[in-house]
Design a protein around this ligand. Structure first.
Ligand SMILES: Nc1ncnc2c1ncn2[C@@H]1O[C@H](COP(=O)(O)OP(=O)(O)OP(=O)(O)O)[C@@H](O)[C@H]1O
Length: 335
């Protein structure tokens, strides 16, 4: 099946960059939710907004699709200043996924997924094909699930339908507000993994809001840490954020266990090995780990096997060894 965004013969949009340029939001009661925020998201990048409750994450997200009108600044999608376009038309170009999905309860799954294409006036047959493709893309068999109603689905399945609906008209940008927080931790981890696979395929520009640092680290190409008033404390890759927090606020926010979190986002590469392995000598007592797995996986393998090192393999052959001490170094700042 062709699951690319243009899979039904549509001229697929490419993903657009997003530029927040000094945006501000002051609510009518005087609350300064966002004092001034500038942030760039590259086309095809997944950026996570994280920060304490009330710091303005949702406000920022909802200004991008104009569910909330900014009180100042500009928002550019590609080269277009979207603070000046019709918000209703704008929203048809931007996918939006929220915590409890907001599926229409009296419509079938297929009809729900086809919402935006219908608004855009696509012919019925094209909508039906597109809904089917999208359901397959998110791992739901259209024959089995297409005719069901939302209450006939599990929480995780509803969430997948929400993602399919958001992608249906091939939006240039996807906004996600706590998309996985309504499901239990096991389902959540699975949805996150599926979502990463999906993103590798569709390469949308995504801004995702979460409370969950593990989710941010797992999903984000870059993470923006906000503090009260939408102040940007740090904007960095997960590894950089965990390795070198830019301020005491970020240091506290990422927590005392940032070292172990950092291991999970640090791949085992040839450069970090303790030494060239003698490929003719394999130590049968040491566990093996393929190059490219995380330092966290290496440590887990050592703890499981009760050893102080792993043999790292490339294409099934030993490439070197990695000691426990070396792994622990990788969790330290500045390594
Ligand atoms: N309609 C509104 N009127 C007045 N103040 C508002 C309104 N909506 C949000 N706020 C305030 O703006 C600030 C930012 O809210 P926002 O929902 O963007 O934060 P958040 O970081 O997404 O929070 P959470 O993580 O708890 O969802 C908060 O102080 C909130 O009380």
């Amino acid at each position: 099946m062709d699951v690319t965004p243009g899979g039904t013969g549509d001229a697929g949009h490419s993903a657009a960059s997003i530029r927040l340029d000094g945006i501000r939001k002051r609510y009518p009661d005087g609350t300064e939710a966002v004092r001034e925020l500038s942030l760039e998201v590259t086309a095809g990048e997944l950026v996570v907004l994280i920060g304490p409750s009330g710091c303005g994450k949702s406000t920022v997200l909802r200004m991008v699709n104009r569910l909330i009108e900014p009180t100042g600044g500009r928002i550019l999608l590609g080269d277009e200043d979207i603070t000046r376009v019709d918000p209703v038309k704008l929203r048809r170009r931007i996918g939006y996924v929220i915590q409890n999905v907001g599926l229409f309860p009296h419509q079938t799954v297929t009809t729900n997924v086809g919402t935006v294409p219908r608004l855009l006036g696509w012919p019925k047959e094209r909508i039906r094909r597109r809904s089917g493709e999208l359901l397959e893309l998110v791992g739901l068999d259209p024959a089995q699930f297409g005719r069901r109603y939302p209450h006939e689905l599990s929480g995780g399945q509803r969430q997948r339908v929400g993602v399919a609906r958001a992608l249906a008209a091939d939006p240039v940008v996807l906004l996600m507000d706590e998309p996985f927080s309504a499901v239990d931790p096991i389902v959540r981890t699975r949805l996150q993994e599926e979502f990463l696979r999906l993103q590798a395929e569709v390469r949308k520009t995504i801004v995702l809001v979460t409370h969950d640092l593990d989710e941010a680290v797992r999903l984000g190409d870059r993470i923006a840490v906000l503090s009260e008033g939408g102040r940007l404390e740090q904007y960095d890759t997960p590894a950089a954020l965990l390795g070198t927090p830019a301020s005491p606020f970020v240091r506290e926010f990422v927590g005392a266990d940032r070292g172990i979190r950092r291991l999970a986002v640090t791949p085992v590469t040839r450069e970090v090995l303790d030494g060239e392995a003698d490929a003719t000598v394999t130590d049968a007592t040491l566990p093996e780990l393929p190059l490219g797995r995380s330092a966290y996986d290496a440590l887990a393998a050592m703890l499981t096997a009760g050893t102080d090192a792993v043999v790292v393999t490339a294409d099934g052959r030993p490439a070197g060894t990695l000691s426990r001490a070396r792994v622990l170094d990788l969790g330290q700042p500045g390594s």
